[in-house]
Write a protein that binds this ligand. Structure first.
Ligand SMILES: Nc1ncnc2c1ncn2[C@@H]1O[C@H](COP(=O)(O)OP(=O)(O)OP(=O)(O)O)[C@@H](O)[C@H]1O
Length: 626
């Protein structure tokens, strides 16, 4: 019955049960959707459900691996819904009808496999503040959203087509909201309207390409993004033909390089799937993988999967849809989502040491043998003379960099509290200890020192557990490149005596702790275009000049009972940052100290008002102005 505050709002409960039935998944069943659902403002044990006055106002089911299709009317009875997120699952089918969800403010369906058009019912939602449907398979045109409430909008990486509507609401979003839709055109991509208007009701089919080609020859002024994409596709087809005849890897490399320089970043992401395919063309006709690695197979470029945790073949990878994760210092990273298979990360390496095939295989196998719950699992590799790909486990909760800095100052920001920060510090210390002490000597050379410990290389898995990545790259990357781009090579000892060691990792760990404690961007992890600070120097100065109260990020500064813990962690960080490597602690001592710090905080403090940062009595003195 409507409006009932009894915890048994029948139609809402039925709607949730229907959703659960459609997404029938053990993980969701485990989430215990039983018993009292909503009682006044209380939200009992129903995972992902929020309630106000006995009504369901939030449904947040993220990163649960949910599969299945939702009925178009799945949400019509959830009329009080304000927040809906199915982010990072594998839900398919068309988008639902939202016309009855007039209170909806935040909608996040990103990272699924929804197809069909963006539902026009979304246009009727007058409170909609955030719409995120990126990384799906949506097609057709973008409806003419014009809600003044819209503050976040992202439709990138779909198959959308046609012109971006020229509405005030949509024109305020930059290209990143629209990237990765190869048939989309108009502002804000080109600063011009589209030259070709596609039929608004559907994306161009493959046969439309030939039509486009002929219209290209008949019109000379068609230098639009669409034709650039068609040209790129043409170039790739040409590449395939040439490779078929010549099969000369040098020639292939030259041509790939030539093509790479022509592609814009946008097109690179768009064609990432093709890129992976192109690099692997020689292997397409090969038999499926085997656990035994022979030189012959490697010459031909076989995909080698290490261990038995995960199982897929090159063909599965080639069919996977790919999404660019970012451009790292040593190559681009792609997230490859396999149809009915796992999602993995493919790292395309460049700037490698001149290793022989044998040496390369030995190194990557040594890296693959290093296993620890806080290290990112290394799944396999692909190796030809000209192309080296590493396969890594995908970490769904992103990087520590994003957790510390992402969404700051917005309503979407989820506070990163003291206990979570401390458990990240522990996880990284455990991973580092394993690399430094437990990797057997034959393998140690491949992974010690880590050399590039920074917040973009600390990833968070589906349980928010730490997974340190990129260990072992020092054994693969050419030294001159490593010295320019890896964190350890910025340590005081490298600057003074051109030497790095395990203690350089300890120094990097200190810098990472400071980023975690201060919430300030470190120069080590700052992406291009963002200025980061040398946090070791900054904190030394802060302590010396006695304005230590400002050190801690406000999100933890307000948690009074974390006071002594965060000061102790700061002291550990300062020791790690010592200019002299000998004075820095060994990793085992470091781990002991970090493990002994208490992460307990008073429960009530999680509710504290973040706008009231407090003074840190134990270290604070007067704060001079800067
Ligand atoms: N396995 C993964 N799961 C999820 N995100 C990842 C994974 N590997 C990398 N990323 C993310 O992809 C982006 C690019 O990663 P990459 O390691 O190539 O570069 P980087 O960490 O920015 O710099 P560097 O090359 O110096 O390590 C980063 O934002 C990183 O956090």
């Amino acid at each position: 019955k409507d409006g009932s505050p009894t915890g048994y709002h029948g139609t809402e409960r039925d709607a949730l049960m229907a959703i659960r039935a459609e997404l029938n998944n053990p993980k969701l069943l485990q989430k215990n959707w039983t018993g009292l659902m909503c009682y006044m403002n209380n939200t009992p044990n129903w995972h992902g459900i929020n309630c106000i006055n006995g009504r369901v106002t939030g449904l947040v089911l993220e990163n649960l691996g949910l599969r299945g299709k939702l009925k178009p009317n799945a949400l019509v009875n959830l009329t009080q819904l304000q927040t809906l997120s199915f982010k990072n699952n594998s839900i398919s089918g068309n988008l639902m009808d939202f016309s009855k969800n007039q209170n909806l403010k935040n909608l996040d369906l990103s990272g699924n496999i929804f197809d069909g058009e963006i539902s026009p019912s979304l246009l009727t939602l007058n409170s909609l503040g955030s719409l995120q449907v990126q990384n799906n398979k949506l097609n057709g045109p973008i409806p003419g959203f014009n809600q003044s409430t819209l503050k976040v909008f992202n439709v990138s990486n779909n198959n959308l087509s046609g012109e971006i509507p020229n509405t005030i609401a949509l024109q305020k979003f930059g290209p990143s909201s629209y990237l990765g839709n190869r048939y989309l055109c108009g502002l804000p991509f080109t600063n011009k309207t589209c030259s070709i208007k596609y039929n608004d009701s559907s994306s161009p089919s493959p046969s439309d390409d030939s039509h486009n080609e002929s219209s290209k020859s008949s019109k000379s002024s068609m230098w639009t993004p669409i034709l650039i994409v068609i040209n790129v596709v043409g170039m790739v087809v040409l590449l395939f033909l040439v490779m078929y005849y010549f099969k000369k890897t040098k020639k292939l490399k030259k041509m790939l390089a030539k093509r790479d320089t022509r592609l814009t970043n946008v097109e690179k992401i768009e064609t990432s799937k093709i890129e992976i395919a192109a690099t692997s063309t020689e292997t397409r006709s090969l038999e499926s993988r085997s656990n035994m690695v022979s030189e012959v197979e490697l010459e031909k470029g076989k995909l080698i999967i290490l261990g038995s945790e995960i199982n897929f073949e090159l063909d599965d990878l080639l069919r996977a849809s790919a999404e660019g994760l970012g451009k790292g210092n040593f190559g681009n990273c792609y997230k490859a989502m396999m149809v009915d298979g796992p999602t993995v990360v493919v790292k395309r390496l460049r700037d490698l040491k001149p290793l022989t095939n044998d040496e390369f295989v030995r190194q990557v196998r040594a890296i693959g043998d290093i296993k620890h719950p806080n290290l990112l699992p290394f799944l396999g590799y692909y190796n030809t003379k000209d192309e080296k790909l590493l396969l890594l486990k995908f970490a769904p909760n992103g990087s520590l960099y994003n957790r510390i800095h992402g969404g700051k100052g917005t309503r979407d920001r989820i506070p990163f509290r003291w206990s979570s920060r401390l458990s990240v510090a522990r996880g990284v210390a455990r991973a580092l200890e394993h690399l430094h002490l437990n990797a057997s000597s034959s393998k140690a050379a491949a992974v010690v020192p880590h050399g590039n410990l920074k917040s973009t290389n600390v990833l968070l898995d589906e349980n928010d557990d730490v997974r340190v990545s990129d260990f072992g790259l020092t054994s693969l990357i050419a030294l001159p490149i490593a010295t320019q781009r890896m964190v350890s090579y910025r340590s005081p000892e490298y600057l003074a005596s051109k030497k790095v060691s395990k203690k350089s990792d300890v120094w990097s760990f200190g810098c990472l702790l400071l980023e975690l404690l201060t919430g300030r961007i470190s120069s080590h992890s700052a992406p291009p275009g963002v200025t980061g600070a040398d946090l070791c120097s900054w904190v030394h100065r802060a302590v010396r000049e006695e304005w230590t109260a400002e050190i801690f990020d406000t999100e933890i500064a307000v948690q009074r009972s974390a006071n002594s813990g965060r000061v102790r962690l700061l002291q550990v960080a300062i020791k790690c940052c010592d200019k002299s490597p000998e004075k820095r602690p060994e990793v085992s001592e470091l781990l002991r100290e970090v493990e002994s710090i208490s992460g307990t905080v008073l429960e009530s403090e999680d509710e504290e008002d973040l706008s009231l940062p407090m003074t840190d009595d134990s270290i604070a003195t007067d704060t001079p102005s800067r």
